[in-house]
Design a protein around this ligand. Structure first.
Ligand SMILES: Nc1ncnc2c1ncn2[C@@H]1O[C@H](COP(=O)(O)OP(=O)(O)OP(=O)(O)O)[C@@H](O)[C@H]1O
Ligand SMILES: [Mg+2]
Length: 369
């Protein structure tokens, strides 16, 4: 049997599931939702899209945007899940693949917890089923000795199963999914039975662009998925918005004292990341070398959250350059030699010359040693 989440108050949890953290929004959306819901769905596809992109409901409930990006992408993702094809979210690191998958599962099935974390060590039993060996030895193969995988419980209970980092799973194990996705049934030969998927079952997988080739998807498996590629934020303003929103949310769930006037530092971190990632300054005038790290939006978020913790606990509560400098250095310099040179060049050629960036330059020089 799978264990279920205990009903703890979600405010005491370090990281509540999406369906716990946004339970009030999901309930308000369901109450206002008068469109048809596909079998097994908690909400209509339109309401799922509203949950992801945010908006205000007729009763005044504000639905916070979870994903910032093209509406069409989200519509395609949601529409796919209402068909018999599974959804593959693809993209470079930190483009919110995991985040979107969690929120889609929460909005559609009411749970995002049926998840398999793909690694090179993921075995068949993580996608199909395993056995409780103590019971297997005493009772032999009985239904009570069977340990369902998250995929099997999703099939039985008409929910969405999530598979993280699908391409890291060895190819022969991935192939277990082919029959699950095409037959919608999981045979259990030991019990001479099968689990047939109830309407509402589907799979959302995520995979990292950079991992491509590790265990590339077989074409047979790829055909069972509709692929949606999540892009990097299109503009600096969009990326600043994403980072600011997530930093505020994380800060409040970690109960960090609120640091005001962080907007300037947020924009600065985003600018540095975007410039180094794209290999030129935002005015397009200067070519830059890019460091080896990904400098994703997700890393910008963690640099700023770390900075807030420093400001709150060791500073005067206001986020300053000195609080983010070490975090930026850590994100940029992954390779102590090559990246260090890239960073130093950027500091001296760009940061030093930029008006209003003197404090930031000094703070970076200090931590760069
Ligand atoms: N377009 C976006 N809209 C909203 N949040 C975003 C966006 N891009 C990134 N984020 C934020 O970035 C963080 C990291 O995202 P997530 O972990 O889902 O990335 P990922 O694509 O799964 O990365 P990885 O390939 O490393 O697993 C999340 O907190 C998410 O809120
Ligand atoms: Mg991920």
């Amino acid at each position: 049997m799978t264990t279920t989440t205990p009903a703890e108050p979600s405010s005491d949890l370090l990281r509540p599931h999406a369906e716990q953290a946004f339970a009030h929004e999901l309930a308000a959306l369901a109450a206002a939702d008068d469109r048809p819901r596909p079998p097994g769905w908690q909400l209509s596809p339109a309401a799922v899209v509203s949950y992801l992109l945010g908006g205000t409901l007729p009763d005044g409930t504000v639905v916070t945007p979870k994903y910032v990006g093209p509406r069409r992408l989200v519509e395609v993702a949601v529409a796919t899940l209402a068909t018999d094809r599974a959804l593959l979210l693809l993209g470079v690191p930190g483009t919110a693949k995991t985040w979107v998958s969690e929120h889609l599962a929460a909005a559609i099935s009411g749970t995002s917890a049926l998840v398999v974390q793909g690694t090179s060590g993921t075995g068949d039993d993580a996608l199909r089923y395993g056995w409780n060996y103590a019971r297997l030895l005493t009772e032999g193969p009985t239904p009570a000795a069977l340990v369902e995988s998250p995929v099997m419980s999703a099939m039985r209970t008409a929910r969405i199963a999530r598979i993280e980092e699908l391409t890291r799973i060895p190819s022969d194990v991935q192939d277990a999914l082919i029959s699950i996705l095409s037959e919608k049934s999981l045979p259990v030969p030991e019990l001479a039975t099968e689990v047939q998927a109830a309407k509402g079952f589907n799979v959302i997988a995520t995979a990292n662009d950079r991992d491509r080739g590790v265990n590339d998807l077989s074409s047979a498996l790829r055909r069972r998925f509709n692929t949606v590629v999540l892009p990097l934020p299109a503009t600096e303003d969009e990326e600043v918005e994403i980072v600011a929103r997530r930093v505020a949310q994380l800060g409040s769930s970690l109960e960090l004292p609120t640091a005001p006037a962080a907007a300037e530092e947020i924009r600065r971190v985003v600018t540095v990341f975007r410039e180094l990632r794209s290999g030129r300054t935002s005015d397009g005038r200067t070519q830059l070398k890019s460091p080896s790290g990904t400098l994703s939006t997700a890393e910008a978020i963690s640099v700023l959250t770390g900075g807030l913790a420093l400001a709150a606990h060791f500073g005067d509560g206001v986020l300053r350059s000195a609080d983010v400098a070490a975090g930026i250095l850590g994100a940029v310099v992954k390779d102590p030699v090559a990246d260090k040179a890239v960073w130093t060049e950027y500091l001296e050629a760009v940061v030093r010359e930029r008006s209003g960036w003197a404090d930031f330059y000094r703070a970076c020089r200090e931590v760069s040693g």
